[in-house]
Design a protein around this ligand. Structure first.
Ligand code: 26Q
Length: 799
């Protein structure tokens, strides 16, 4: 949009008056933020309205992205950037004596997601709007987002994230579009005399779902999409006798808290209720819109809408869509099924068995009696139809209902026309191993969509310095088409460019060093290698491998106090699921090891270990630009994709990585000299499983370096740990090291040494940095969503 600085200043000052009866000299930071957000909202509202009108009139097919998590972070700068007014606003504020960054920091992170999957959903929301693709998010407006992490005495403590206390300037509550969702009660079918079976209900629990719409503003275009989040409320017309306290509490709980589990299935009833709540509300809203606006016959619905199931959490989309078609719109069963499969598509984000959702039949039957009937009928018909075609074994292995449980992945695959993994390796594993039986039956449904990131947030917003260097080197087209970063390659031997890249990185490291000083009270040297591992804490991600390497370096120094090594700052950021005891023990161990090393005068600042509290999107925006190295060290086959690996690459950090997830594609893109590869391959891992011949204790017994490091956990070397020490020690020895940490240790140390060698050659290092940036174009989520649009959703961009 066009906006003069003068106009902006006028708008901002005026808004301070109308909203708070104050002026720029007296307004507090919260007031300034609210006034600025309100001005920005005003700017995009007209575009939003116009785009809604365009969508209603053109009636072009739209995607509805159903996700139980979204993780957008702060929205102010992103909205300014996408409207094309970030510099104007920054300068206008400066004229008024206001620093944009000081206002932006006030906005709470919108953190209604755990990590990878939720952040991916938000990257997609940005990219869908920015590529002009008509799409909508659908989720839950949790009153409390992901917990805030405090470290107390080295331990993680969880505090509630009450992010809505000062209101949310971006959302629009649409009471007029509220929808009822019903649970429980009894259901039976009655013949209407014309041969139709009509479901009758009794004693259902009613919940009102109120939509809150948040605009997703496209980057310098005219698209503004919508992310719809549902809040649960008690229906207004409910008789007072039903309004008992317990019912009101239950209702509020539906949209009260995000489950803080990442990659772990939690079988609680409330979770299942949340899943049905946002699925039913979302699909009902789609149906209403279809009838009020699209006005096409119901049997053409697949030409107008696509529904995406983000992991299995919204898998109830399949039976709920069937219910709406069959019960509410009288579509014959077979036709309804055909439409459902055409409309639905599904993404799998993990192969970890403990993360796969299965719900007890009884629970589903009690909570969602009609949905249960539909699932039983789907399973019955499918079994009857497929038995003669593919045989009993395949049918049995792929049934929706097995051993008294409803398998949500099976439901999602069977009820949709597309199942994709999130990186090549992961998608291959789904086809060849994990979902092979499904692949035999429905080979055409399987495909890969390698993840991507909203590059504008991770470069233009998070790393303005680097962005400017890139502009000055190759011009600005990369801001619209990330593939143009390839132009940088022509400068890989250009000393001046390399020096400027290096200077930008140094600035970003200094900024992080200041934050570390402020938050952790630790002084770190910006000349040191900033070696970063930031992600959820999980055994398979192997933060422990990183820790063992740090201990090795520490003992190297203790053995040889004059050791010549490049100083390193090891930076961690990680939340553990509150119930994940082992992960919490690793956090405690990292903090105690940090204390031991940072305070040992003999180390002489050659190693610093920093655990940064409360890792979230905003912190990532400061940490990642400052990284020299990104640790992507999961056991091969376990990390479906990873996306922080892409963020590091785009910011000129080199990857220390296993051949897992999207790391492989990063390795292929940058080439062997610009990536530190180590560890078992997925085939080697699977061979260990097959032959059952891994013996971790042998490694502990036979490798004196490992022996000494592990003993540090149980012999009092690491201070202030109690049960955490033996717990970690036993996991690696007695319990045979589930994720092959000890097996990969030696090769990891080798790769770390070669990293150090390269870092000593500044020019060579920065050149590798440049090669990483230059080849990160493929990892824009603009590319990813275009692939989904073309291959899965069949939707077209505007214009
Ligand atoms: C399920 C049932 C009950 C409670 C919680 C859950 C649950 C919640 C979140 C299960 C899994 C998750 C999150 C999974 C996740 O984030 N997976 C990550 O997805 C990223 C995006 O595709 C990948 O890059 C990561 O590799 C993958 O781990």
């Amino acid at each position: 949009m066009k906006l003069s600085k003068k106009q902006f200043k006028q708008d901002f000052e005026q808004r301070l008056i109308t909203k708070f009866a104050t002026d720029v000299t007296k307004a507090g930071p919260q007031e300034k933020f609210a006034a600025l957000a309100s001005v920005v909202k005003n700017y995009y509202s007209k575009i939003w309205q116009a785009d809604n009108e365009y969508k209603d009139e053109s009636k072009k097919k739209q995607t509805y992205y159903f996700s139980i998590e979204f993780l957008p972070g702060k929205m102010l700068k992103s909205n300014l950037l996408n409207l094309g007014i970030l510099p104007t606003v920054r300068e206008g504020l400066e004229d008024l004596g206001v620093d944009l960054d000081e206002i932006a920091i006030i906005e709470p992170d919108m953190a209604i997601g755990n990590g990878g999957l939720g952040r991916l959903a938000s990257c997609f929301m940005d990219s869908l709007a920015s590529t002009g693709l008509p799409a909508n998010g659908n989720g839950i407006r949790y009153r409390y987002g992901l917990f805030k992490q405090k470290i107390v005495d080295g331990y993680q403590v969880e505090l509630p994230d009450s992010w809505l206390d000062n209101g949310n300037p971006w959302e629009v509550r649409r009471s007029d579009k509220a929808i009822e969702v019903r649970f429980g009660g009894e259901v039976w079918l009655e013949d209407d005399g014309k041969g139709n079976l009509i479901p009758q209900y009794k004693n259902q629990e009613r919940v009102l779902a109120v939509p809150y719409d948040t605009p997703m503003v496209g980057y310098e275009n005219t698209t503004v999409n919508n992310m719809c989040l549902w809040r649960s409320e008690v229906p207004k017309d409910l008789d007072l006798q039903f309004q008992n306290l317990e019912y009101m509490r239950q209702t509020a709980m539906l949209s009260s808290e995000l489950y803080p589990d990442d990659s772990n299935y939690d079988g609680r009833l409330l979770r299942l209720k949340q899943e049905y709540f946002f699925v039913s509300a979302g699909l009902q809203r789609i149906m209403r819109h279809y009838h009020s606006t699209i006005k096409a016959p119901i049997n053409q619905i697949a030409e107008y809408i696509a529904v995406h199931i983000n992991d299995t959490h919204p898998a109830l989309c399949v039976p709920e869509f069937m219910r709406l078609l069959v019960d509410e719109y009288n579509v014959p069963w077979d036709r309804a099924w055909d439409l459902t499969v055409k409309v639905m598509s599904y993404t799998n984000h993990t192969i970890l068995s403990e993360a796969l959702e299965k719900w007890p039949e009884d629970m589903v039957k009690t909570l969602l009696p009609r949905i249960y009937q539909i699932i039983v009928e789907l399973d019955r018909r499918r079994t009857a139809e497929l038995l003669p075609k593919v045989g009993a074994t395949l049918v049995h292995n792929t049934r929706i209902i097995k051993d008294g449980q409803i398998h949500m992945a099976n439901l999602s695959i069977i009820g949709s026309h597309s199942t994709n993994g999130v990186a090549k390796l992961h998608s291959d594993l789904l086809k060849d191993v994990e979902l092979h039986d499904f692949y035999e039956i429905y080979p055409e449904r399987f495909n890969n969509k390698t993840n991507g990131i909203a590059d504008r947030r991770w470069s233009q917003i998070a790393n303005e310095r680097l962005s400017t260097v890139i502009d000055e080197t190759i011009g600005k087209t990369w801001r619209h088409n990330l593939n143009d970063l390839k132009l940088l390659e022509a400068y890989k031997n250009d000393t001046e460019t390399l020096e400027r890249l290096d200077a930008a990185k140094f600035d970003d490291k200094q900024r992080l060093a200041e934050l570390i000083k402020e938050r952790n009270g630790i002084t770190v040297n910006p000349e040191a290698i900033f070696d970063v591992q930031v992600k959820r804490l999980h055994a398979y991600k192997r933060q422990l491998l990183n820790v063992l390497h740090i201990l090795k370096l520490y003992f190297d120094i203790k053995d040889n106090p004059e050791l010549d090594m490049v100083p390193r700052v090891f930076i961690f950021g990680a939340k553990a699921a509150p119930g994940y005891h082992y992960a919490k023990s690793i956090i405690k161990a990292i903090n105690e090891i940090a204390g031991m090393i940072n305070n040992d005068p003999e180390v002489k600042d050659r190693i610093k270990v920093v655990f940064m509290e409360n890792y979230n999107v905003s912190l990532a925006e400061v940490i990642i630009p400052a990284a020299n190295v990104g640790e992507q060290i999961s056991l091969a086959s376990k990390e479906a994709s990873g996306t922080s690996n892409m963020k590091f690459m785009l910011n000129g950090a080199l990857t220390m990585g296993t051949l897992d997830g999207a790391n492989i594609e990063i390795f292929d893109a940058v080439g062997a000299g610009n990536y530190f590869k180590f560890g078992l391959t997925k085939d080697e891992v699977y061979a260990y499983y097959k032959n059952n011949n891994y013996n971790a204790r042998d490694i502990y017994e036979q490798n004196p370096v490992i022996h000494r490091i592990l003993d540090a956990f149980i012999d009092g070397t690491i201070p202030n740990i109690s049960m955490e020490g033996p717990e970690i020690f036993d996991s690696l020895t007695t319990y045979n090291d589930e994720y092959f940490v000890l097996r990969d240790f030696k090769d990891y140390v080798r790769a770390q040494k070669s990293l150090e060698t390269l870092y000593r050659d500044k020019t060579a290092w920065t050149k590798a940095t440049l090669m990483n940036i230059a080849n990160s174009g493929r990892f824009s989520s603009d590319r990813t969503v275009r692939e989904y649009a073309e291959d899965i959703w069949y939707i077209k961009p505007k214009q």
